[in-house]
Design a binder for this molecule. Structure first.
Ligand SMILES: *C1O[C@H](CO)[C@@H](O)[C@H](O)[C@H]1NC(C)=O
Ligand SMILES: *[C@@H]1O[C@H](CO)[C@@H](O)[C@H](O)[C@H]1NC(C)=O
Ligand SMILES: *[C@@H]1O[C@H](CO)[C@@H](O)[C@H](O)[C@H]1NC(C)=O
Ligand SMILES: *[C@@H]1O[C@H](CO)[C@@H](O)[C@H](O)[C@H]1NC(C)=O
Ligand SMILES: *[C@@H]1O[C@H](CO)[C@@H](O)[C@H](O)[C@H]1NC(C)=O
Ligand SMILES: *[C@@H]1O[C@H](CO)[C@@H](O)[C@H](O)[C@H]1NC(C)=O
Ligand SMILES: *[C@@H]1O[C@H](CO)[C@@H](O)[C@H](O)[C@H]1NC(C)=O
Ligand SMILES: *[C@@H]1O[C@H](CO)[C@@H](O)[C@H](O)[C@H]1NC(C)=O
Ligand SMILES: *[C@@H]1O[C@H](CO)[C@@H](O)[C@H](O)[C@H]1NC(C)=O
Ligand SMILES: *[C@@H]1O[C@H](CO)[C@@H](O)[C@H](O)[C@H]1NC(C)=O
Ligand SMILES: *[C@@H]1O[C@H](CO)[C@@H](O)[C@H](O)[C@H]1NC(C)=O
Ligand SMILES: *[C@@H]1O[C@H](CO)[C@@H](O)[C@H](O)[C@H]1NC(C)=O
Length: 376
């Protein structure tokens, strides 16, 4: 299994070339004058890092089809030679390796204190994941390691899951699992059962204070989700993961767009009350789903336009247990708030039809192309 989560960055300027011949002079007066010493020399950085190779379909110098910028990829999976964060230039050459951090997710450039920084989630990527969110400056130094805000759920088992987002107010959005001991008979489980609640939190980077938190089980009816309770014994060791919060985005109205894999739905949540204002997809969609718009076990739902009428998402089309579509696809959908209908704007199909059983990403580029990440 190979997990890939690429993101393109357009404004990250100070990059360290891992393989780079330095000090090649051309008609240098300083050289001729001896100002560089009697024996100016070349030096090289090198790396035995083994990043994934690219297979170009267009010329790598085809700037009309490949927007300028750097490719951010977070490789993980059993078949990956060296899991980890990688930055490539737009011709596919290695620029920086974050292999020392091991497998990471949510690897991207964000603006913090008006300067570009790298955001990444780092930790144990197996199962639900235990880790923290790192913020790295232009010298690749860690300036923040964010775990603090989650401690408000003391007294419950808390696992910080593999998601991290950033807002324009220098806050981070994270998701976490909280194991809750509860009566699950309503859901077909045991009286003394365990449920993995998905918790979203917004934390101030500067103060570590939690600005907002939201619990899925408090606001979503778990009977309307698609994670069979029978697939788990609902014990403390294997709680029933009914929701699986896998993306979150905050808008200027301070509301949140939250994607749930197991409910196959995207929720628009009020920042003030936590109430679900509407949902698209899933068993109780507020919208009538138009032809080709139904999605299954999706990831990476984001607003695609400033008016907040379009959403881009990665439609997995299935899981490791079920197959609902012939292939995963990237999707852009149009929400119509007058008729409460959803229309297909565009779908993006992979070269080889297959269901990406977990993970996946879609990022619309400056030229309208999309960059997608799959599990193969
Ligand atoms: C977050 O949740 C905790 C526990 O329910 C609550 O005590 C706290 O007030 C909440 N914080 C915010 C900022 O909503
Ligand atoms: C040196 O600079 C000149 C003038 O810019 C250029 O034509 C030439 O190709 C350069 N030589 C090398 C070896 O880079
Ligand atoms: C890309 O480079 C090739 C040579 O490697 C050249 O033939 C082609 O014209 C270049 N394409 C563009 C768009 O610059
Ligand atoms: C990661 O978590 C798994 C499952 O809980 C565990 O077996 C493994 O030892 C952990 N790996 C590390 C490096 O801690
Ligand atoms: C990065 O390092 C350089 C050289 O040490 C220093 O001048 C610069 O202020 C550093 N930048 C940051 C963002 O720390
Ligand atoms: C971040 O903080 C956590 C919790 O203190 C710690 O376990 C982890 O090693 C830190 N990460 C780095 C890269 O320093
Ligand atoms: C669990 O919930 C069911 C259904 O609401 C109820 O009948 C049962 O009494 C509850 N069990 C306990 C121990 O509260
Ligand atoms: C940023 O903070 C301002 C003032 O508190 C608030 O009105 C705005 O909604 C916030 N925006 C985001 C994206 O958090
Ligand atoms: C279904 O959604 C409607 C609003 O669209 C809401 O009023 C209702 O409570 C939801 N049903 C369930 C069972 O959650
Ligand atoms: C739905 O779309 C597919 C192709 O995208 C088309 O073949 C089919 O006829 C459409 N069905 C309806 C009811 O419009
Ligand atoms: C949201 O606020 C930010 C910061 O003020 C601004 O750059 C952006 O254009 C706003 N987005 C929309 C959709 O209004
Ligand atoms: C996917 O297909 C399975 C098997 O047919 C079905 O049980 C499940 O409800 C479907 N999932 C969704 C989200 O519709």
């Amino acid at each position: 299994m190979l997990l890939v989560a690429p993101f393109l960055s357009f404004f990250f300027a100070f990059l360290l070339h891992v393989v780079n011949a330095e000090n090649v002079y051309n008609s240098s007066e300083a050289y001729s004058a001896g100002e560089l010493g009697q024996t100016p020399s070349q030096s090289f950085y090198s790396s035995n890092y083994t990043p994934a190779a690219w297979n170009w379909v267009v010329e790598s110098n085809d700037t009309a089809n490949i927007p300028s910028g750097y490719l951010f990829m977070a490789l993980q999976g059993d078949d990956t030679v060296q899991p980890g964060a990688v930055i490539y230039d737009s011709s596919g050459e290695l620029v920086w390796s974050g292999a020392d951090y091991g497998a990471v997710t949510s690897f991207r450039v964000v603006s913090y204190l008006d300067a570009p920084h790298i955001l990444m989630w780092q930790g144990n990527t197996t199962r639900q994941g235990i880790g923290s969110v790192l913020l790295i400056d232009q010298n690749y130094s860690i300036v923040n390691n964010i775990t603090a805000g989650l401690s408000i759920f003391l007294g419950t088992i808390l696992i910080v899951t593999k998601r991290a987002e950033f807002t324009s107010n220098d806050t981070t959005l994270t998701a976490a699992y909280r194991a809750v001991n509860m009566n699950l008979t309503t859901y077909g489980g045991p009286e003394n059962g365990w449920l993995y609640d998905s918790v979203a939190q917004e934390v101030s980077i500067d103060t570590g204070v939690t600005i907002w938190n939201w619990s899925a089980i408090d606001h979503v009816d778990a009977r309307l989700c698609y994670s069979s309770i029978g697939d788990h014994d609902s014990s403390e060791d294997d709680p029933w993961n009914f929701f699986d919060l896998n993306s979150i985005e905050k808008d200027n109205s301070s509301n949140y767009l939250i994607s749930s894999r197991y409910c196959s739905a995207i929720y628009y949540v009020s920042g003030s009350s936590g109430e679900v204002l509407w949902q698209v997809g899933g068993a109780n969609s507020s919208f009538t789903m138009g032809n080709g718009t139904q999605f299954f076990y999706q990831h990476d739902a984001r607003w695609n336009d400033g008016q907040q009428t379009q959403i881009s998402l990665f439609d997995n089309g299935g899981t490791d247990l079920v197959t609902n579509e012939t292939t995963s696809r990237g999707l852009i959908i149009q929400l119509n708030f007058d008729s409460w209908t959803v229309e297909l704007v565009q779908e993006f199909l992979p070269y080889t039809s297959q269901v990406s059983e977990d993970q996946g990403s879609i990022q619309v580029q400056s030229n309208g192309n999309v960059l997608m990440g799959y599990v193969v």
